[in-house]
Design a protein around this ligand. Structure first.
Ligand SMILES: Nc1nc2c(c(=O)[nH]1)N[C@H]1C(S)=C(S)[C@@H](COP(=O)(O)O)O[C@H]1N2
Ligand SMILES: [Mo]
Length: 506
């Protein structure tokens, strides 16, 4: 027999017991695509079978949240049942509690059999839910019957600890499950994508000089090594079946694309170096890729922007925004990128689609996880970083970097190479010069010019003599302007100055 105090929490014991079962089922369901937690399976069956009138009512009442309303309703019923189960188990008929758990488990199991692509495994989440619920109720029972050895009063501390432990474990299981599921689905969809073919292929890239110059940046930055900058603590995992791209705002003809509709349009390849405004002189927040995408100017034209619109604002699914001048679409190859270096856009780099505008820093242009392109005005709307102290307009500045030797390193005396990269999208690079200490500027050899939008590798022979040396680099862009020597911090629109490194020769 239980004490009165314990009888008062028997509903809670039922809730935690059933909750633990549901948590386990949700966790298991997350491990494999196609497996569903019983609540989801039951929801699916309700959607399958709901009379049209009721469905219409639900959509009219709850709009796009109709499915959420359904799930909440199911959870509400389960909550009532769980309290009743706790009541029965601890202060009524234990048999009745078992019957209720069995009935719920059976309903969940039957519902799961009718799920899409259901197999034997589909029963696992609901059966585990029932099993776990009974197991937890028994643990509670066991704890509840323990008494303090001194005076024979019920040991409630132990019971409360167990309740807390199981509740926390349940929340952890659900959290872990949510993470696995969302991650797995976007990854899986990405793996199954076959990228469309470009109408005209760019030539195969030339042999990469980095193959023979150790320490030099590769001509194309591999996706795995590409810098990643964004505000997302958890990377958005977008389901491409429900993903849409809208073009709206100050336009006569708002348009919306599914992933398929977008990727069925003509696609082209673009070799482009993107850079972060936060990149310090000599920093590595810059990378070069062969992007695959859809021309942005075509899409914007199709939407017919108002004559008064002057800003294109990309919106990410996670609320990030980046805006750039409509006038930047001056014929340059701005695109909605869906591919990067021969692969679908990696999740971290904006899957399924992002904007790439050659010549503009990422924070004003390169919106990842893109869902909306809004035509607006600079005097009406600001991108995410603008009110935080960064310039509204931000073309990429001419920069050059020494990759090898490494800053502050010690190298052996003798013949070796000084090498690095220089970039000035969309102006291109026409010259790179090197200076040792206060010596004369020497012109470096330039690597392949893929496009004016990409960086160029450069290298020069160097006879390293004993002692400490200082090496500087400066680039001249395609319009003949030499990179400025004056040091300027990254805020508000990008760093300036020559990359100068000190090296010890031994
Ligand atoms: N959704 C979203 N897109 C974003 C950002 C962001 O925080 N969120 N950061 C931008 C910035 S500041 C840069 S430099 C580039 C970086 O792109 P990458 O991570 O693919 O290199 O993405 C841009 N696009
Ligand atoms: Mo950035």
């Amino acid at each position: 027999m239980l004490s009165k105090v314990q009888t008062r929490i028997d509903g809670l014991l039922g809730l935690v017991g059933v909750g633990a079962g549901l948590a386990i089922s949700q966790f298991l369901a997350s491990l494999k695509n196609g497996l569903n937690a019983p609540v989801v399976s039951i929801g699916n069956r309700v959607i399958d079978h709901v009379p049209a009138g009721l469905k219409e009512f639900a959509i009219r009442t709850f709009g796009v949240d109709d499915k959420r309303a359904l799930v909440i309703t199911i959870y509400f019923v389960v909550l009532i049942l769980a309290i009743l189960i706790g009541h029965s188990y601890f202060s009524g008929s234990r048999t009745r509690a078992y019957i209720m758990v069995t009935a719920m488990t059976t309903v969940g199991a039957i519902a799961s059999i009718f799920d899409a692509n259901a197999g034997v495994l589909s029963l696992l989440p609901s059966l585990s839910a029932g099993g776990a619920t009974i197991w937890v109720l028994r643990i509670f029972d066991n704890r509840a019957n323990q008494v303090n050895p001194e005076d024979g009063t019920p040991n409630r501390r132990d019971l409360l600890k167990t309740i807390g432990f199981i509740a926390v474990g349940s929340v952890a299981a659900v959290t872990a499950g949510n993470f696995f599921r969302s991650h797995a689905s976007a990854q899986l969809q990405r793996l199954n994508i076959v990228l469309p073919k470009a109408l005209k292929f760019l030539p195969l890239p030339p042999t990469d000089p980095a193959l023979t110059i150790p320490g030099l940046s590769k001509l194309f930055t591999p996706n795995k090594e590409f810098y990643r900058i964004d505000t997302a603590i958890v990377v958005p995992n977008i389901n491409i079946d429900s993903w849409r791209l809208q073009i709206d705002g100050m336009v006569d003809n708002p348009i919306e694309f599914t992933y398929k509709e977008l990727t069925n349009r003509p696609v082209f390849q673009l070799d482009d170096t993107i850079a972060c405004v936060s990149n310090e002189v000599g920093g590595n927040l810059v990378g070069n890729a062969r992007w695959l995408g859809i021309r942005l100017d075509d899409l914007i034209k199709a939407a017919s922007p108002y004559g008064s619109a002057d800003q294109i604002m990309g919106h990410s699914i996670d609320g990030f925004t980046a805006g750039f001048p409509l006038a930047a679409l001056d014929g340059r190859d701005a695109m909605i990128a869906i591919g990067m270096n021969g692969e679908p856009l990696p999740i971290e780099h904006g899957f399924p689609a992002r904007i790439i505008v050659p010549g503009l820093y990422g924070y004003v242009s390169a919106t990842k996880w893109l869902t909306r392109i809004e035509l607006t005005r600079f005097d009406k709307a600001e991108g995410y970083w603008i009110p935080r102290g960064w310039s509204a307009k931000a073309p990429i500045k001419t920069q050059s970097r020494i990759d090898t030797p490494v800053i502050g390193s010690t190298v052996k005396a003798g013949k070796r190479a000084i090498a690095g990269v220089a970039w000035a999208p969309t102006r291109g690079i026409s010259k790179v010069e090197i200076r040792i200490d206060k010596g004369p500027w020497r012109t470096a050899t330039l690597g392949p010019a893929l496009a004016k939008t990409t960086w160029r590798q450069w290298w020069i022979d160097w006879e390293a003599k004993l002692g400490n040396v200082s090496i500087s680099v400066r680039a001249t862009d395609g319009t003949g302007v030499i990179q400025s020597s004056k040091s300027v911090p990254v805020v508000p629109n990008g760093a300036e100055g020559w990359h100068t490194i000190d090296v010890t020769v031994q």
